[in-house]
Design a protein. Structure first.
Length: 154
């Protein structure tokens, strides 16, 4: 399944500091038959650089296409997912990008704070790969087929 808004499939931006988790998430998305383009960043600072097209993402046409969906880990070095979420949802140019927290945390405080800062969904990372595939299938079906997303800027 591919989300096709205005004949251009959306980019899914995955922000996670753990390389193994990034690869497992990508594999799970592919196994769930989600064929959108995936981009990866390692922490909240890189996420903001990507979104604001600065640093390593400055100047290169197509290096940082605006994501239609962000999968965000909370616990990262430099700038945490919590801090990045607050910045993104507080910026009127970025706040309409759907963000799904994908975290090992199951703390009520993390879940509550994430929603208070405007996260669109919170998913606790399943402990098995098959559980992750199932979660990505449901996530893909919901975010990429069922809901109406804002049109991407031209």
């Amino acid at each position: 399944m591919t989300l096709d808004r205005n004949t251009i499939p959306i980019t899914i931006l995955i922000c996670d500091d753990d390389e193994d988790d990034r690869l497992l998430t990508k594999e799970a998305l592919e196994k769930a038959h989600i064929s959108n383009s995936f981009r990866f960043v390692d922490d909240g600072e890189q996420l903001l650089d990507y979104l604001y097209q600065r640093g390593a993402y400055a100047g290169e046409t197509g290096a940082a296409p605006r994501p239609g969906l962000i999968l965000l880990d909370l616990n990262m070095p430099k700038l945490s997912g919590r801090e990045a979420l607050a910045i993104i949802k507080g910026d009127k140019t970025l706040c309409d990008i759907p963000i799904v927290v994908l975290s090992t945390s199951q703390l009520d405080e993390d879940i509550s704070h994430s929603y208070q800062f405007g996260v669109n969904s919170f998913i606790s990372k399943p402990v098995t790969f098959s559980g992750l595939v199932d979660a990505m299938h449901v996530l893909g079906r919901y975010w990429l087929e069922i809901v109406e997303l804002p049109r991407l800027p031209e």
